[in-house]
Design a protein. Structure first.
Length: 213
């Protein structure tokens, strides 16, 4: 089946140069196109189960290892010391023995503050999602009809433009992932919905599990 695109007369350059624009989602006429409503990135329960729990040390030994590694990474980044991880762990262990309970209390406070900051940043991430889609996705809008009066009027400058025809079977419309379940390219019909799609949560926590592992 041929596919068509209504354009103004100036877009004869598409034929002359064999180039056509794939628009960013934000440039589409419908402001909700490819703009699902993200209720939240993940739930508080998800954050506790998949992020906090795997990172939070259960024993003093785990806590000392955790703190020592953080100190080592920070020291190397800032150039404060060239001590080895074993040397840093020894100092942290001695401090924990000299002031029992204080290191854990300090750790708990800092850990809680860090998690709270993560929660505060999450809403900002939902605003970045459209920008990320714009940088990764391009859309070529086509139609199956070449004789629609409203399309001629709206997209072809009041019937004074052109309608370009495309062969849907051409390899141009086959993405590298064609035929695979995760194929998001190629030509396909637009699905219209009376309700805006919503994600709650947006992130598959299995991805987070892989990262923490």
């Amino acid at each position: 089946m041929p596919l068509y695109k209504y354009v103004t007369a100036e877009r004869i350059d598409v034929l002359q140069n064999a180039l056509i624009r794939f628009s960013q989602p934000s440039a589409l006429n419908d402001p909700w196109d490819m703009r699902p409503h993200v209720e939240r990135i993940f739930t508080d329960d998800d954050l506790e189960e998949h992020v906090i729990a795997p990172l939070k040390p259960e024993s003093d030994t785990q806590m000392i290892d955790y703190v020592s590694k953080i100190i080592e990474d920070f020291s190397k980044t800032q150039g404060y010391t060239d001590k080895s991880l074993d040397e840093i762990r020894k100092v942290v262990t001695e401090a924990n023995e000299e002031f029992p309970g204080e290191l854990r209390q300090l750790f708990e406070v800092v850990f809680a503050e860090t998690i709270e900051k993560v929660k505060q940043v999450v809403p900002q991430l939902t605003q970045i999602i459209p920008e990320a889609m714009d940088s990764a996705v391009g859309v070529l809008s086509l139609t199956e009809r070449a004789d629609h009066p409203l399309m001629w009027s709206h997209y072809a400058n009041n019937h004074s433009g052109l309608v370009l025809g495309f062969d849907e079977t051409n390899e141009f419309f086959r993405s590298p992932m064609h035929g695979k379940p995760d194929d998001i390219g190629g030509a396909r019909r637009v699905k219209y919905n009376s309700e805006r799609p919503k994600f709650d949560p947006f992130i598959d926590m299995a991805l987070i599990d892989n990262l923490t592992d």
